[in-house]
Design a protein around this ligand. Structure first.
Ligand SMILES: Cc1ncc(COP(=O)(O)O)c(C=O)c1O
Length: 500
């Protein structure tokens, strides 16, 4: 494939024997180009402003990414070079902003094969082996969560999607128990739906509520304590004082809040939810990875009492996006919401004969075999291998917290629970240090300075209306020296901002 491929070339189709061989060659060439570009890099981001990067692409792709005539292999290799030169390099230990881990090579390689064979999970005949792998993967994850044999689940494109489906199940089951047997939905029942979560819950809870027709206003936030954990007594009080027409749809506990990694008190919340007959969903998109670690697993005690759980394997199991799992304690609740028979996909008689895919488990129809890369990873590394990676990142977070505490120009906001560290730079100028708005502006500016220079990528958040910095540590090969250098770069950038 040096010139643009024609329809007749034997290697045009990836899954044909000649195509498969060409995928191997092309992947080798692409990764060689990428490695060359990576060697020339000096940081986790390109040292370009957004406008400069945009101008560069205008120059590189004058016709955009859809030219009239293709440029063949040369065009692909040039793209790979530039991609590797300008993307975020998550394997750089100075990349510490988001819940976006460096992907594992075993998972990335397995994902190539998933693309080659291109199975889909909706019907058995669209990808029989992938369907079976996902069934087994879901069972293993449900077992790890502590669910029994009635549990089921499904892989989704992310924590946002898993939380949406969990709330769909909760909405439907609450409405069914209120007599909505005809599927008339909320309009058919004059009720006010209510969803409870802590004030630190992920915004996807509110978004799901809006998408499901409950409205964002249905979400009522329950106060959290000083350790950023939902207060069960407050939840109890709120549930006890609901008006006659108010229907509690779900309690959403967070196991691993995005900023602090804090874990809501699951056993207590489960008891409150059970007492009031409300479904408990645990958003363990981030913290679910603790299930792999002998050290951190006790933090999730009580998760087995949930009705459903979100775990993002593209966060704390080092998978390339996307790989999230929604696990449901009672399989019937899952299929009550999404179970579906469609004449052209999974008719009853095919299903009765065992030819059944996972259409009825998902909000999607065509669905990628994300379970394949996850299974490949687990088979290669085992639960202990993933757990050891989380432990290593947890160690780094604790080291970072100690370093921040010891530094006169840095101030720790909270002790780390999992792998995030929230802190701030303390301006040297006493006036700026005493003024939260000015101090916050210095912190925001120093983060952008590091971005602009391409030297470090750190996160930010907001505490009481002022900017804080955040390290999200998900590189298990980073060292304590890397962390010290990263924090030293933060301090240097802060000082430069103050004198700029
Ligand atoms: C606690 C929590 N829930 C849900 C999500 C959403 O996950 P995703 O980005 O995979 O949709 C996030 C993302 O950071 C999260 O931290």
């Amino acid at each position: 494939m040096s010139a643009p491929p024609t329809l007749l070339e034997p290697d045009l189709l990836a899954a044909a024997p000649a195509g498969l061989a060409d995928v191997g060659r092309l992947v080798t060439e692409l990764t060689r180009e990428a490695a060359g570009a990576l060697r020339r890099r000096s940081g986790p981001l390109p040292a370009l402003t957004p406008a400069e990067l945009s101008r560069l692409l205008d120059t590189q792709l004058p016709e955009g990414p859809l030219p009239r005539t293709g440029g063949g292999r040369g065009a692909v290799l040039a793209l790979a070079r530039s991609f590797a030169a300008h993307t975020v390099d998550l394997a750089d230990p100075r990349a510490a902003a988001h819940l976006q881990p460096p992907a594992l090579s075993v998972a990335a390689a397995a994902d190539v094969l998933a693309s080659v064979f291109n199975p889909s999970l909706d019907t058995w005949d669209s990808g029989p082996y992938a369907v079976e792998i996902e069934r087994r993967l879901v069972r293993s994850l449900a077992g790890l969560t502590g669910f029994g044999p009635e549990a089921d689940g499904v892989l989704t494109p992310g924590g946002t999607a898993s939380n949406l489906q969990a709330l769909l199940i909760a909405r439907d089951s609450a409405l069914r128990s209120r007599g909505d047997t005809r599927g008339a939905g909320l309009a058919g029942l004059a009720v006010t739906p209510v969803v409870y979560c802590s004030e630190l819950a992920h915004f996807s809870v509110a978004r799901a509520s809006a998408v499901l027709g409950l409205g964002e206003d249905a979400v009522r936030t329950v106060p959290a304590d000083a350790d950023h954990r939902m207060v069960p007594a407050e939840l109890d009080r709120a549930l006890a004082s609901l008006a006659e027409d108010e229907v509690p749809i779900a309690v959403v506990a967070t196991a691993g809040t995005t900023d602090y990694g804090s874990i809501d008190p699951l056993p207590e919340l489960a008891a409150v939810a059970a007492r009031h007959g409300v479904r408990l969903h645990v958003d363990a998109a981030y913290g679910g990875g603790a299930l792999f670690s002998d050290r951190l697993r006790p933090l999730l005690a009580g998760i087995e009492a949930a009705d459903s759980v979100t775990i993002d394997l593209h966060k704390t199991a080092w998978q390339p996006a996307a790989a999230s799992a929604l696990l449901v304690r009672d399989a019937r609740a899952l299929t009550a919401s999404t179970g579906l028979r469609v004449a052209y996909l999974n008719p009853d008689d095919d299903g009765a004969a065992g030819y059944d895919g996972l259409l009825g488990h998902s909000l999607q129809t065509t669905r990628r075999a994300d379970a394949f890369k996850v299974a490949a990873t687990f088979l290669a590394l085992g639960r202990e291998g993933i757990g050891a990676m989380l432990d290593a990142c947890h160690d780094l977070a604790r080291h970072a917290a100690r370093t921040v505490t010891a530094h006169p120009r840095l101030d720790l906001t909270a002790d780390p629970v999992l792998t995030t560290v929230v802190f701030r730079y303390l301006p040297q100028d006493p006036g700026a240090a005493a003024d939260p708005a000015r101090a916050g502006a210095v912190n925001a500016a120093l983060r952008r300075r590091l971005l602009r220079e391409g030297t470090a990528l750190i996160g930010r958040t907001d505490v009481g209306g002022t900017v804080r910095l955040k390290l999200t540590l998900l590189n298990p090969q980073a060292t304590t020296t890397d962390i010290d250098e990263l924090l030293a770069a933060v301090v240097r950038a802060g000082m430069s901002e103050e004198t700029a």
